[in-house]
Design a protein around this ligand. Structure first.
Ligand code: CTP
Ligand code: MG
Length: 229
């Protein structure tokens, strides 16, 4: 069984709206629902668990009902960090879960081909993430001055969904929480504990809606009907 975990308990502070970004309307459909629909449509996904902020539990439940999202198994209360939100979901996942796919609730344009690629690599290697190579020159800048160049050959932007065999994610999260360690994604968590994470090709359109301009870009992409690459 493949279970998608959607951490959706953040506040969206960098976007700066009073409503957390995952609930903002994106051309008639809330952002969270657009992301959920990508997983609803993917035949490889058996179930979905959402971690939401306690204040938005009822709101999230109402969205699932009104958009008739059938794969959602459970909505749990998230934690104070993304890692804690993911942990809440992992703890209540069905025992039959073999693979978890952790996907930011604010990346609505994830292509189905990418979901498939990550699942296949996770089954072979234990864990897998999509990534895209850094395009721009990377420099160290301090006080408005360029101090040094950072060679970018081996630098990648890591995206989600991040696939991990279920027992591996549980074990690593238990250990990290027990030791008070905090990671911004699962690939960093697994790497810290010495587990290999296989990198597959990501997509430039699978961007995370973080700032206001990302929301404007997302609306334009929906207008163009170029939803995924
Ligand atoms: N997330 C979560 N629980 C938290 C913090 C973040 O479930 N305590 C989720 C967000 O809802 C989002 C994903 O993790 O789907 C990626 O986080 P990010 O883009 O940083 O979202 P926010 O934390 O909401 O935004 P910001 O950092 O700007 O406040
Ligand atoms: Mg955040």
């Amino acid at each position: 069984m493949v279970v998608a975990i959607l951490p959706a308990a953040g506040k969206g502070e960098r976007l700066g709206e009073s409503l957390p970004k995952q609930f903002l309307d994106l051309k008639g459909i809330p952002l969270l629902v657009r992301t959920l629909l990508a997983f609803e449509k993917a035949p490889q996904i058996d179930g979905i668990i959402i971690a939401t902020h306690p204040l938005y539990l009822e709101h999230t439940e109402n969205l699932i009902k009104s958009f008739n999202l059938r794969k959602v198994l459970k909505i749990v209360e998230g934690g104070t960090t993304r890692q804690r939100s993911v942990y809440q979901a992992v703890k209540i996942a069905p025992l039959e879960t073999e693979v978890f796919l952790v996907h930011d609730a604010v990346r609505p344009f994830v292509p189905e081909s990418l979901i498939k690629r990550v699942i296949e690599a996770t089954r072979s290697y234990g864990a897998s993430v999509p990534a895209i190579p850094v395009r721009d020159t990377l420099n160290l800048v301090k006080d408005h001055l360029v101090k040094a160049n950072v060679p970018r050959e081996n630098l990648f932007h890591i995206q989600t969904p991040q696939g991990i065999k279920a027992n591996l994610l549980k074990t690593c999260l238990d250990e990290a929480i027990a030791r008070g360690l905090e990671f911004t994604d699962e690939s960093s968590l697994l790497t810290y504990f010495g587990h290999p994470v296989y990198v597959v090709e990501g997509s430039w359109l699978n961007f995370k809606i973080t700032f206001k301009e990302d929301l404007i870009l997302a609306e334009k992409l929906i207008d163009c009907k170029i939803e995924t690459l």
